[in-house]
Design a binder for this molecule. Structure first.
Ligand code: SF4
Length: 469
């Protein structure tokens, strides 16, 4: 039981920010930055600040607005701050694993905020424990922090080169010492990271919506394998690993990122709109109205409607204030959860043949209650259209998908899934259709959960092994 939220299909990841602004209120800028990234994780939040001499830290469990009061932000003074919202993908959900994490690097203290998942963290941790290093948390982010702060190098360039040699997997990072702010993105570029100019300083964030939130001007993405340092001189790229291949997570476009973010050079809303258009071409059907399961599928439903000519309508209203619950995620509660979260507009859907667009199907356990909700509200036909190909494999890069055993598409044909969720028809977007919508080549994105071709081959082997036993 890894996901304590009964109404969510899978855990999201984490959101990170970094701020350098000697004349600004860095803790409040970091606060509004992580507030804009709340959708990437709701378990815990934290901000660390640095004033040239020391690092101060505040972390807490829950939403950003629950964790921080004015007095916390007043306490977090300095020229630099980093912030984090967490959804636990490794390590248990407790305050010890909340980030930023601060470690001692001998000549400096290092605070770190991490989005992603290190696939060889257990091995690295064991190696370091044998050398006498202690760990205070069960998170892979502490492993990264200890590797960087104990790297056999005296420059940042050397430390980052060491980090990228040792650590495998997904890591977008903001790092902060008492005097410096550094952004780092793993050589595969799995998770997003961008930066912009704010007031007289700089802000780094997982998604550009956080830059917009604080009135920053977008500059560019941190490149895969790049490290950038921010100081009074501006920003400077201090390390760039030779690019082998990029493996940006295509699920950022489908579900994780906010539609108003620009990632990988594309507006997420636009990518989703194009997914809907592709879906309409691949899986046409006669119907009276297209609706989206709010919020992530709304843009795709608009796209389906534009391409098919079937009118778009609002058929489901979402209660936006349904937050985390601590109810066990069993089937009965998932069904209750869908009712709490979504309410059908009976008058609009009564007697109509509906195309219902959703972002993905993971276990299938939330799709079935959505279909029955609409049927009970009077829909005469329900044709489910999914903006992603069938999810057949787990993710090793920071997304909390269930095991293969629980993934409905790993164990059932599309027809069987249609029958299980009791839809009249079911159509998934093809691999080619998805790539066309996000304007990417398969060699430049990760599609591991659909194809099993994860960007780090050793993980694929492990997957196959675990399937065979
Ligand atoms: S396996 Fe899927 S969710 Fe994980 S990084 Fe790859 S595309 Fe994203």
């Amino acid at each position: 039981m890894t996901n304590p939220e009964f109404d969510k299909k899978f855990g999201e990841e984490c959101g990170i920010v970094g701020v350098y602004d000697p004349n600004g209120d860095v803790s409040r800028l970091a606060f509004y930055g992580i507030y804009a990234l709340q959708h990437r994780g709701q378990e815990s939040a934290g901000i660390a600040s640095a004033d040239g001499h020391k690092i101060k830290l505040r972390t807490g469990m829950g939403l950003v607005t629950h964790v921080f009061k004015d007095e916390d932000l007043d306490y977090l003074t300095g020229d630099i701050a980093i912030g984090h919202t967490r959804y636990s993908t490794t390590g248990t959900s407790n305050i010890k694993n909340a980030q930023p994490i601060v470690v001692d690097g001998g000549n400096f203290k290092l605070a770190i905020a991490h989005n992603g998942n290190v696939v060889n963290s257990l091995e690295l941790k064991r190696e370091m424990e044998e050398l006498g290093y202690d760990f205070n948390t069960s998170s892979d982010s502490e492993v990264i922090a200890k590797i960087v702060s104990n790297a056999p190098a005296s420059t940042w360039e050397g430390r980052i080169a060491y980090l990228m040699r040792k650590v495998q997997g997904a890591y977008s990072l903001t790092l902060m010492t008492e005097k410096e702010l550094i952004a780092v993105r793993d050589p595969l570029g799995v998770r997003p990271l961008c930066f912009g100019k704010v007031n007289g300083g700089w802000i780094i964030a997982s998604e550009s919506c956080a830059l917009d939130n604080v009135g920053a001007k977008y500059v560019r993405e941190v490149n895969p394998g790049e490290a950038i340092i921010f100081d009074s001189q501006g920003y400077k790229s201090i390390y760039q690993k030779d690019m082998e291949k990029c493996s940006f997570c295509v699920f950022e476009h489908i579900y994780f990122a906010r539609p108003d973010s620009e990632i990988d050079g594309k507006l997420v809303y636009k990518s989703r709109l194009l997914m809907g258009k592709e879906l309409a071409r691949e899986h046409p059907v006669e119907a009276d109205m297209v609706i989206g399961v709010p919020d992530s599928a709304t843009a795709s439903a608009v796209g389906y409607s534009e391409e098919s000519g079937i009118p778009f309508g609002e058929g489901l209203v979402k209660n936006r204030y349904v937050g985390r619950t601590f109810i066990n995620p069993d089937q009965r509660m998932r069904e209750v959860g869908v009712k709490v979260k979504l309410n059908p507009l009976r008058e609009l859907i009564q007697g109509k043949r509906l195309v219902v667009v959703d972002d993905s199907i993971v276990r299938g356990t939330t799709s079935k209650p959505v279909v029955s909700l609409l049927r009970n509200a009077g829909a005469s036909e329900i044709h489910l259209r999914i903006c992603a190909p069938p999810i057949k494999f787990p993710c090793h890069f920071g997304v909390d998908f269930p095991t293969r055993k629980e993934l409905i598409a790993a164990n059932n044909s599309i027809d069987e899934i249609k029958d299980t969720i009791e839809a009249d028809s079911l159509g998934y977007l093809s691999h080619a259709g998805l790539l066309k919508a996000v304007k990417a080549e398969e060699s430049n994105v990760c599609m591991g959960c659909f194809t099993g071709n994860h960007p780090i081959p050793v993980q694929l082997e492990m997957d196959k092994l675990s399937l065979e036993v």
